[in-house]
Write a protein that binds this ligand. Structure first.
Ligand SMILES: C[S@@+](CC[C@H](N)C(=O)[O-])C[C@H]1O[C@@H](n2cnc3c(N)ncnc32)[C@H](O)[C@@H]1O
Length: 233
């Protein structure tokens, strides 16, 4: 895929090859990238990088030291291929669980578009966020402050399916939050049933319990996806 992202009065172009089994960046990605503030010279980490879209954008936009990590070996090799394809020899692509590959380091900017679809049993690696969709977001809220420099920013994605009230409260303890991009994500029940039979009814139960927010729009369903800048307090 080819992306052309408006940035600082110009355009940043990214060519990305997305290998089978690696998360394909969705339609929202250009709007999200546009909303990122980069002055130049920052260090950045893309946690759960997939094909590397956030970290490689940051490297092209002027970040000096950029590290991309993912637990999935295919994602790391995809990110490495894409770094080379875009002439970004200076980025590091590391495999490992969550912050483990960068233990002891601190960054000016951390990106995290993490799996957060709730499901009672595991579904595909790039989607499953545990029974309430919050298992990675909870880790992120507690661990990210230790990996940010003073004044650093965490950019993360959060959907209405993953217990929005609880996640908001959790991040608010350590961060000031600003929604920098928000959009509707439409879906049909068949999409979630295809991930795991019975999943749509499971989501309806979470909704009834106040742990998921999505609405009917007559033709299907819709939840909000938010891209949030979290500034360390
Ligand atoms: C929703 S995808 C997003 C990929 C990429 N950031 C993007 O926006 O296109 C989530 C990514 O998190 C990775 N992931 C899942 N569990 C992880 C873990 N424990 N540690 C690091 N990465 C993980 C998945 O392999 C997947 O690439």
């Amino acid at each position: 895929m080819e992306l052309s992202i408006p940035f600082n009065g110009g355009k940043i172009k990214l060519d990305l090859v997305v290998e089978d089994g690696v998360h394909h960046p969705g339609e929202a990605v250009i709007e999200r990238l546009k909303s990122i503030e980069i002055c130049g010279g920052e260090s950045a980490l893309d946690l759960g990088c997939g094909c590397g879209v956030y970290g490689l954008f940051a490297a092209k936009a002027g970040c000096r030291e950029v590290t991309l990590t993912d637990v999935c070996p295919a994602a790391v090799s995809s990110a490495l291929v894409n770094a080379r394809l875009n002439g970004l020899q200076h980025v590091k692509c590391l495999q490992g669980d969550f912050f483990e590959p960068v233990t002891g380091q601190r960054f000016d900017i951390v990106f995290a578009n993490l799996p957060q679809t709730p499901a009672p049993h595991p579904i595909q690696l790039d989607k499953w966020g545990g029974p309430e969709g919050t298992q990675y977001l909870t880790r992120l809220a507690t661990e990210a402050p230790n990996y940010l420099k003073p004044g650093g920013s965490l950019y993360f994605c959060h959907t209405g399916l993953a217990n929005p009230n609880a996640v908001n409260d959790l991040f608010s303890k350590a961060f000031d939050l600003k929604v920098v991009n928000q959009r509707d994500r439409f879906f049909q029940r068949e999409e979630y049933e295809s991930y795991q039979p019975g999943l749509f009814h499971y989501l309806m139960d979470l909704r009834k319990a106040g742990k998921a927010k999505f609405e009917s729009n007559g033709e299907g369903w819709c939840f909000q996806t938010r891209f949030i800048r979290a500034s360390k307090k």
